[in-house]
Design a binder for this molecule. Structure first.
Ligand SMILES: Cc1ncc(C[n+]2csc(CCOP(=O)(O)OP(=O)(O)O)c2C)c(N)n1
Ligand code: SF4
Length: 275
């Protein structure tokens, strides 16, 4: 693990700090995990490109000292697809909120996964639209409150990992900001996968989701994450009743399959080089 100040100096735009996330927000922990993973893997920072849409989560590329793009809400994966196809040597990372990735950007997500394009998407899932004031999102639990669900959310939730897996992602994992070290390892594995990778980082938004749903302060929300999650390997050994209501964390998919840019460039080469 890198010493914090070195990690900051090597990976962050110091003139943009301190960040403006609310006290107790979980998003900084995921951002740190991304920086740690890049550092551990020893990537050349000139070859890393971090792309976001809009949202609290999407502030991360503003703070991170890499090639970065802050794009339009829900469209980060469309921009990232263009970047990756134009320069397949780049390590392309998308940071996205649950709303950004699965509501307005849901269509881009399923097709990026289906294509198995070599992009790593980190979804900061705080179960709410944080930046715009706590509207419910596709991951707000059924019956929970949001600004746009003042009497309880009647929608059912998306399981982001199952959605990505079903659409064809070749690496899928879920971690939480409480289990920060494990989340960092998942991000590392995702970055090393050649193909579409998604890591769901379950985050906390004490300001909106927590306050509206009486989840307590940031520390209580962190303890709640500890108590309501189960590691996949531990869960495998438990009877069904002990798993009820628990969120399973860990690695769900890690498989090799042809990658979109390579397949695409094979066709380009066939007609331009006559191979
Ligand atoms: C086309 C468009 N629609 C809506 C918005 C308003 N908007 C900005 S951020 C956001 C939601 C962000 O929520 P989420 O993606 O879950 O990220 P968080 O802020 O919770 O990290 C919305 C609706 C926008 N900027 N552009
Ligand atoms: S509104 Fe929520 S997600 Fe946004 S910075 Fe504040 S705590 Fe974090």
């Amino acid at each position: 693990m890198a010493v914090a100040s070195k990690l900051l100096e090597n990976n962050f735009r110091m003139n943009r700090l301190p960040h403006i996330w609310c006290p107790g927000c979980g998003h900084g922990i995921i951002m740190r995990g991304i920086a740690e993973a890049i550092e551990n893997l020893g990537y050349d920072k000139q070859k890393v490109c971090i792309i976001s849409g809009i949202g609290c989560s999407s502030r991360a590329p503003g703070y991170m000292d890499f090639n970065t793009l802050h794009t339009t809400h829900g469209r980060a994966l469309a921009f990232a697809t263009g970047v990756k196809l134009a320069n397949p040597d780049l390590k392309v990372i998308v940071v996205s909120g649950d709303g950004d990735a699965t509501a307005i950007g849901g269509n881009h997500l399923i097709h990026a996964a289906r294509r198995n394009i070599d992009i790593t998407t980190i979804v900061f899932n705080n179960n709410i639209y944080g930046m715009t004031g706590g509207q419910y999102s596709p991951t707000t639990p059924h019956n929970d409150l949001g600004t746009t669900a003042p009497y309880g959310n009647v929608d059912n939730v998306f399981d982001i990992c199952r959605l990505a897996e079903g659409a064809g992602a070749t690496y899928v994992a879920r971690g939480t900001v409480y289990h920060a070290k494990q989340l960092e390892k998942n991000i590392e594995s995702a970055l090393e996968n050649k193909g579409f990778s998604l890591v769901e980082g379950v985050s906390i938004c004490p300001t909106y989701y927590g306050r509206k749903n009486r989840k307590g302060d940031a520390a209580e929300m962190m303890i709640n994450l500890k108590e309501t999650t189960l590691d996949k390997k531990v869960a495998a050994k438990l009877p069904a009743e002990k798993k009820e209501g628990k969120l399973i964390i860990g690695e769900f998919v890690n498989k090799a399959q042809p990658e979109f840019c390579e397949e695409y460039h094979k066709i380009v080469d066939k007609f331009t080089k006559g191979d």
